[in-house]
Design a protein around this ligand. Structure first.
Ligand code: 2BA
Length: 114
């Protein structure tokens, strides 16, 4: 048994929920906040068989493309990003590449449902 932990942009979170569900995978979506930009993102917990990991990684890869955010773009839709940028103004690079997903694959010793 494995646990895939995937941090994705909020903008792609609903599509990821839908695509995982369509393919028969159960997932839990947690509201989370990036430590650097302090903008909201979503963290998925996906419990699955080891043999299913490649399929889930492919779904995540296809659903969550990476996204470049330029300093000048921070006034656009990402409201929380804008305020994060003002907090971090001196440290924020001109261009931040928000990965489509940051993924961790962990071994699970035991799983149970009561
Ligand atoms: P944040 O921590 O808000 O980071 C957003 C983006 O800012 C990062 O995108 C990266 O491009 C940039 N960044 C982060 N720390 C930086 C620094 N010290 N200096 C310069 N640029 C920096 P991603 O790497 O795609 O990460 C997106 C989100 O995934 C992160 O949001 C965080 O919530 C999570 N994440 C990334 N790496 C992680 C890790 N090793 N452990 C736990 N969570 C991680």
């Amino acid at each position: 048994m494995k646990l895939v932990v995937a941090v994705v942009r909020d903008e792609t979170a609903q599509a990821l929920c839908d695509n995982l569900s369509k393919s028969g995978f159960q997932a839990t979506k947690l509201a989370s906040t990036g430590g650097f930009l302090k903008a909201g993102n979503s963290t998925f917990l996906i419990g699955l068989k080891a043999t299913e990991v490649p399929q889930v990684l492919e779904i995540i890869k296809q659903t969550c493309p990476s996204h470049k955010v330029l300093k000048g773009d921070l006034t656009l839709s990402e409201g929380s990003l804008k305020s994060a940028a003002s907090d971090h103004n001196r440290h924020l690079p001109n261009e931040v590449v928000l990965g489509g997903a940051t993924v961790f694959v962990l071994d699970v010793e035991q799983t149970m449902k009561f």
